[in-house]
Design a protein around this ligand. Sequence first.
Ligand code: DGJ
Length: 729
Amino acid sequence: MIRYEEQEKAFYLDNGRITYCFGIVKGQYLESRYFGRKIRRCRGSARPWYFDRGFCSNPDPEDKIFSLDTLPQEYPCMNQGDFRQPAFVLQTPDGRRVSRLVYRDYTILPGKPPLAGLPAVYAEQPGEAETLAVRLEDRVSGAQVRLYYTIFRDYDAICRHVEVENPGNESLWLERLMAMSLDLPRRDYDLVTLSGSHLQEKMPHRRPVSSDTVLLESSRGASSPQQTPCVILTDPNTDEASGQVWAVNFIYSGDFQATVQAGQYGGVRVQMGMNPLTFGWELAPGQRFVSPECVLVYSAEGLNGMSGVFHRLYRQRLCRGLWRDRLRPVLLNSWEAFLFSIDEEKCLALAKQAAELGIELFVLDDGWFRNRIDDRRALGDWTEDPDKFPHGLARLADQVRAAGVAFGIWFEPEMVSYDSDLYRSHPDWIIRSPACDPILSRYQLVLDLSRPEVCDYLVESVARVLRRTGASYVKWDMNRHITDLGSAWLPAGRQRELSHRYMLGLYRVLDQLTGQFPEVLFEGCSSGGGRFDAGMLYYMPQTWASDNTDAVCRMQIQYGTSLLFPPVTMGSHVSAVPNHQTGRTTPLSTRFAVAMAGNLGYEMDIRTLSEEDRAELRQQIARYKALRQTLQQGSFYRLLDPCRGNDAAWNFVSQDGSQVIVCQYRVSADPLRRTTAVPLQGLDPEAVYRRQSDGALFGGDELMYAGLSDHPVRQDFTSLVTVLDRVEA
Ligand code: DGJ
């Protein structure tokens, strides 16, 4: 899949469907040449026309036409005459930041080597992937920079990351390090980003690329609900079903920066990597820095084509462990039912009723540990509260299981409250500056995970509870962002490493815990989808998508989230009405129809349900179980965008193509009771499908090209779920 063409001085990564090509110019510079649909050769038909331009610097004094400022570059550095965004800024002991990165050599490796201590896409068999490592050298500092590129046989994606090594005798300092940089040739792209907020995560925003630089970033200590480390460029006419897409996503859960910069003479530069605002790294002699990796996806089949690649890659080669391929349980979470006011009796009653309804897992959320009567206290002390659980959590867990449901439990391990034994005994374990009081958020402080003993404490505290209770599910929460970046552990010269070291510490903790408890299903959470990113999915194969469980808002959140992440990774619950966050009352059927398009759960006091609602829940859960394989492991296609209109729709197709599930939603009732016919995607046009509800037969071609109508109901917030089974013609 990877070859070097000596005549063209070009590297080709090609899996028969996509081609990525870059070359060596003047024996030393790496020129971006092509990324897109497979082509046989890239001989330069689209290369920009070079000539002597004003203000262009010329690294070759004999060649006034050649300038790095106009060359599409593969990995540009600073102070070398390319005044666009550099991917690499290194400070030398003399305080200068001048580099001369030049090409040295390359190696081609079978498979995909792991990234030490970091989440990454993996290959299970060597033949699945091939990796190219290109070595550059900084002539000024001697630093060795290796650019890694992996191409996959079965996924139209390229993974890129960078490693920098200091072979010298003096320290060097990384000031800016992008995991990837790519110069695309044209200007007429649309840019799609996923920004948002707590309760409104991953809202798609689309606009044309203009002459300015767009900067996306988080310096919050988490990938954040505000921005997603993701850049999507499309042709202007690309839609869900057709058109070209180039997308980049960072497999990282901490601070990041991504830029999209239009070049003055054309072309667009896309970069993604560490956020220079909170990143700096001392490379001591002999040390190596490994950047997290980016996934680059190309699709010629619109945004759904792009999502299809991300979904399959992340489901099959990013998520790991026993739960990667297992069907996920229907759960009931105690949070919205009880908040902090939980106890043994309530939990048991809830679990028993859950079992009767067909729910498979009871999750004990926040409030179970000693002194945790509200959010002002007790984080860090992971011992059960004897007042709420006089017979102990182990007994509760046993009783829950005896009632017929599995037992799961909530933690927020990265945090500590002032009012906790942990803080009282280790005040130096928090992130802060000694010069001032740390800023609080939800009354809590952040533990310094750059400190190995803090990580060890977390592993042991969580493991102890898991061993005692035999819990088979963990909800791993994180409810504040990081301020006061300072560590009592790190020396002054390494304080700027804290943000990344925090993530490395967290990844180590998660690696150890998931290794020790392979049977446990971990679900990530950060006040909802505040850290719903590809990095977390490597350790925890699902994430609570949002604290906003309102069905109308959730349509939008899940729609946006699905651009990158498959439905099986999205925790989505049916909750009580009026909704806790919006006060809106939506029908139970619609709450279910939205929640079933992810990992179904319930988050309400089911003890108070009417008999009618209880019967409906029982039916919903049975229906979900019957459809779960298609919903969790099938392909997902967005059809109608709820952010743009009154209707939303998506459909699922089972792995073997035998079942199609169509979900259609309407927000406000239409007085004229018009129907919306939505063309389905991913079906076999030649096949015939039978609608389960009435046995009607439709051709795949008709369903895809004419569409499927919803039903005209005189009500707001309606939904229709249609199941179609493929029949033998
Ligand atoms: C925030 C989460 O998103 C909620 O689901 C819940 O677990 C609370 N934290 C508990 O404090």
